[in-house]
Design a protein around this ligand. Structure first.
Ligand code: ZN
Ligand code: ZN
Length: 387
């Protein structure tokens, strides 16, 4: 009997305590998961390559940005990126104490630039720590921005470095040589910044001629430099589109397009070696403001991979095609005076007649208004049938 009372007492205590927990919650969690709610940007496989989404130019609180390295990593993941490079200014560190200001003489390009007392390797390590904590399958590229007088030298990102600090030099050309000796690459940032022209300065001519520059930003933030497309094609350089973000990406891109500015890298896998190989082989497409900018061949391959084109009806006077956009990129297709907006994951039925002179059926060739290639032109692309 005593044992039975004890048992009942335990049961009563158990029921009381659990029901108390159930009926008087102190905290309610709305979400089932606290993991990030990432924007997924669906892009096609292009000629067997995956389109990896990268931003090779962002700043943190260690230079003149308003977001810390951990914040940049989380933001990049939420924005749908696969690759991000934190590229703080070597010479400007307004966000931290003990700044050593870069010294310039009035008449010269650069005299005595010194790196501020911040270890860029440590900035990178902070970002890596956040990446590992979150478990994001993303690639972080080691980089830094050489930041000199805009009118003469300008700004260059050194990427894929082993030791970011060791690549610095007061002489910018020497810094590029050091970066390349580490297996790094060098890209010319926002080439018209504070100059209103993309034309090369004397310094640019020297470093390009020496083969120290691997790529150029055709887009920086929301600014597009059409003449750079020709430069990249003529000189065998890689096209980039980077945000150069100092604040929050949402602040700027929320009003411009669905997505932030990014470089699409057509590579085999998400490893440093594979991404670097793709960049050096110029397999990139700049993606900004809903526009795709690059070499005609890659734009054509991209459109054909993204859009499925099927013949659904053949009549005496013409044919009807069904175009399905299997990507997150809206396509604006022009045919004569008609403009078709092919939204992501939607299809259109398009009637095409016959050529009045030859009497032959018109092929599905469109001028793609959201694509840009050489000399301010939109490419004309033929959609392959029934792929
Ligand atoms: Zn810059
Ligand atoms: Zn920058």
């Amino acid at each position: 009997m005593k044992r039975m009372i004890m048992t009942l007492a335990f049961v009563a205590l158990y029921v009381f305590t659990t029901s108390a927990q159930k009926t008087i919650p102190q905290v309610t969690t709305f979400a089932r998961t606290t993991k990030a709610n990432r924007t997924e940007i669906i892009l096609p496989q292009v000629k067997g390559y995956t389109c990896y989404k990268g931003d090779f130019h962002v700043h943190t609180t260690y230079s003149d940005g308003k977001v810390n390295p951990a914040g940049r990593v989380m933001e990049a993941w939420l924005d749908g990126l696969d690759i991000v490079a934190i590229t703080d200014h070597y010479e400007h560190h307004s966000g931290v104490k003990n700044v050593i200001k870069a010294i310039t003489m009035k008449d010269s390009t650069v005299i005595n630039y010194r790196m501020a007392k911040v270890s860029h390797n440590k900035i990178h390590e902070e970002a890596v720590a956040q990446l590992e904590k979150e478990g994001f399958p993303m690639l972080l590229v080691k980089g830094g921005e050489i930041t000199r007088k805009a009118e003469t030298i300008g700004h260059f990102n050194m990427l894929f470095l082993q030791d970011i600090d060791a690549a610095f030099d007061a002489d910018p050309a020497e810094a590029f040589r050091k970066a390349k000796a580490q297996g790094g690459i060098v890209i010319h940032n926002h080439p018209a910044y504070r100059r209103k022209t993309c034309d090369k300065t004397e310094f640019h001519q020297q470093v390009y001629a020496e083969g120290l520059v691997d790529g150029v930003e055709v887009v920086n933030g929301t600014g597009f430099y059409p003449p750079i497309v020709r430069r990249c094609i003529d000189e065998g350089l890689t096209m980039f589109a980077n945000t150069d973000e100092h604040y929050l990406t949402e602040r700027r891109y929320g009003a411009v397009d669905r997505f932030r500015t990014m470089t699409l890298v057509l590579a085999n896998e998400l490893t440093e070696a594979s991404i670097k190989e793709a960049i050096l082989d110029r397999r990139t497409i700049a993606f900004a403001g809903g526009a795709l900018i690059g070499e005609q061949m890659w734009l054509s391959e991209f459109l054909n991979a993204a859009v499925d084109c099927r013949l659904v009806k053949t009549a005496e006077d013409g044919r009807t095609f069904r175009l399905t956009n299997n990507s997150s990129v809206a396509m604006t297709l022009r045919l004569g005076h008609r403009i078709y907006l092919l939204e992501p994951f939607k299809s259109l039925l398009i009637d095409l007649g016959k050529n009045k002179e030859s009497g032959e059926y018109l092929p599905p060739i469109f001028e793609v208004e959201n694509m840009w290639h050489i000399d301010y032109q939109h490419p004309k692309i033929e959609l392959a049938l029934d792929k």
